[in-house]
Write a protein that binds this ligand. Sequence first.
Ligand code: OFO
Length: 172
Amino acid sequence: MLKKKIEDALNHQVLLEGESSHFYLAMASWAEVQGYSGSADFFYGHSDEERTHMLKLVHYLNERAGKAVIPAIAQPDTNFESLTACFEALLEHEVKVTESINELVFMCLEEKDYTTHNFLQWYVAEQLEEEALARTALDRIKLVGGDKSGMYMFDRDINSLKVQSAAGPMGQ
Ligand code: OFO
């Protein structure tokens, strides 16, 4: 049985993951309209992933005799200055999500909820991956510096970007 405090915090995380999914969907749609088809695929895929993160929490809450609350999700920003601005926003958002996961992990220790603590380790590893991927993508796009052929290649190659982090090999 989940403590109310943990249940509420997990439901807050459901909201954050849902917002992430929505936010990346907005980026995907923007990129598609701008003709950045590779980046659009990247963001569409990322949006789907965030939805699975949300669902995993929903199932966990319900399995532990809590109650998942399916939240209302506000309309995200839909106008982006540039593709670089999208990747900056992606990284900023992921850092925020990591902070929230860390707070949740800390709360589980305080409340001696070791089962939820264990469940959340998957999210801890996932955030490490996602931040590393977002940083690498941002570094690449900054190197290109707006050069048209560079942007073309960035967009073409974004979905094969592989990142090596402390957690091991990974990629989109
Ligand atoms: Fe759910 O990992 Fe990003 O936000």
